[in-house]
Design a protein around this ligand. Sequence first.
Ligand code: NAI
Ligand code: MG
Length: 376
Amino acid sequence: SSPRSYTIAVIPGDGIGLEVMPPALRCLEAAATRFGFKLEFRSFPWASCTYYLKHGTMLPSDWKELLQACDAIYFGAVGDPATVPDHISLWGSILAFRREFDQYINLRPCRLIPGVTSPLANRAGKPIDFFTVRENTEGEYSSIGGMIFEGTERETVIQNTVFTRVGVDRVIRYAFELARSRPAKKLTSATKSNGISITMPYWDQRVEEIAKEYPDVQVEKYHIDILCAHFVQRPHTFDVVVGSNLFGDILSDLGPACTGTIGIAPSANLNPSSRREDPNTPWFPSLFEPVHGSAPDIAGQGIANPVGMIWAGQMMLEHLGEKNAADAMMRAIETVLGRAKDGAGGGLNILTPDMQGKGTTEELGSAIEQEIARAA
Ligand code: NAI
Ligand code: MG
């Protein structure tokens, strides 16, 4: 049989996106070589402010077909607020992909990596290892609403929350499936049914209903305010946490923040139900990116932390079904960071400045690449 092979759309974007992408691609190459599959990288210069300044548009007219010819999208970071307003650069790229490809899940791992200092005090050695699952297409972030009597004393503003059965059920079901696949098999639902008295009780009701299909998964729910407190006070007790667009947005920043620097956190925008091999429905690829942006303040210095980009690649391999390669990449990240903090394997000389080191993007990226190549 022919070797497994995947076509990846590579979009570096702007700023440090251009710097963290090359070492991350080398890590993916190392994983592919080590585990016997092929990756074809198709690099695109658009979805960047450089492209916008030249062409007056963020995307070429055939962007959709170009991306749909790929199995997944690997995205760096977009944004150059000094030359292009953020609403143009973000809505014209990453947010267009999310919407057009109906990437209804935003998934982020929150995991305390050996050697990375958590900003939380008194961690007492308990591991933090959970996922936040955010609804990514509807909910509170609808553009339904408006203003009347503008500029008068009766000025009135209304924005509606939109929960559809389809939208709510598919994110909850995805979270249950993820919980079922993990050893702890526990799902936490974010709600606020004591204050938001129509949509949130509906959310709770759908969680209860779908829970009947997953008797092996333990379910709990918390109001969003106390849930945020629990993230800080006992993050080790969570496994899979699911929330609406707004609540998920809050939790998906707070979770990774509890486990260290923004430079290492990855994120996936998924359409888990789209199948490339299904001829009856359009193919909607998923997108993998670091949580961080283009970091204009450090761009051009070669000191950006490449781990967020590399870890996003790890999530992409997992999504493509290359579980062994994904596990090896995760182990390599943990090994290299843990060893460096212990003063071995190059020590602080290979960690980037955001991790209190003196290393460069290239040095840290290469150390992880070599560790992946070595993986058993
Ligand atoms: P940012 O994430 O780019 O930077 C925030 C801070 O974290 C900066 O001090 C930066 O130096 C530091 N930082 C970020 N990533 C790092 C890394 N890998 N290694 C070391 N330090 C790192 O967020 P900011 O400054 O608010 O936004 C800058 C631009 O990026 C804006 O145009 C914004 O719209 C865009 N952005 C794009 C995103 C995307 O492409 N998905 C996400 C977030 C922001
Ligand atoms: Mg956010």
